[in-house]
Write a new protein. Structure first.
Length: 220
């Protein structure tokens, strides 16, 4: 069972500062007895202002125990403030970690996706409704024609390639989504897409779900 052991916001700079700044936060955590490190999430907080960035430089190794640390690099431009929320999760020792699911379009989906890729953490990126239909039209147009004829297509697994990702960027209008898939490939991950329409096509595009399993990053 996942447990939240760290949940804090870090901030640097402010909207009255005429100077820029940069640095590295070293965050020390202690994995409780009987627990093991699972994952972290880092997202922009509501007080983030202007041109500022944050990026995780190092994390504990998978299943790490005891005293650990996380390094986060931050920058801010004049009249800006870098503010991020960091959460750290653990699992019970001996338990199997569940793969996180990120829903495309929800708040922080992009930051969560990039964070998992940088952590080499396998996860699922889910797309629902008309956007799922747009993606499937590009990725697998042959099977899409079957769906158009009210033939159910479930769990069609498709390996993503650079060419497919570029087509997603160019054709669907979902350029940021395509860029995330491209980035995962560049980082050595293996993204595979799966369509599910829940055994029914009566809902049209709104009944479609596409899940992109992103794994194999760094051998995970």
């Amino acid at each position: 069972m996942s447990k939240l052991i760290y949940n804090k916001t870090k901030s640097h700079g402010n909207n009255n500062n005429i100077l820029s700044g940069a640095g590295i936060d070293t965050i020390k955590i202690k994995i409780p007895a009987g627990q093991k490190y699972s994952r972290l999430t880092i997202t922009m907080s509501s007080s983030h202002i202007g041109i500022a960035t944050f990026n995780v430089l190092s994390t504990p190794k998978a299943n790490a125990t005891g005293n650990q640390e996380i390094k986060v690099m931050w920058t801010y431009s004049p009249f800006s403030k870098c503010s991020y929320k960091l959460k750290v999760f653990t699992d019970d020792n001996g338990s199997v970690s569940k793969k996180p699911i990120v829903i495309f379009g929800e708040r922080d989906w992009y930051q969560l996706s990039i964070g998992y890729i940088n952590q080499k953490k396998p996860f699922t990126l889910r797309v629902e409704g008309p956007d799922a239909q747009k993606l499937f039209n590009v990725i697998n147009p042959i099977n899409n024609s079957l769906i158009s004829r009210n033939i159910t297509i479930n769990e069609v697994m498709i390996g993503m390639t650079v060419a497919i990702c570029i087509s997603i960027v160019a054709v669907t209008g979902l350029s940021v989504f395509g860029a995330v898939l491209l980035y995962s490939i560049q980082q050595g991950c293996t993204p595979k897409a799966k369509l599910e329409n829940n055994g029914s096509v009566t809902g049209g595009a709104f009944g479609q779900i596409m899940e992109f399993d992103i794994f194999g990053c760094g051998g995970n």
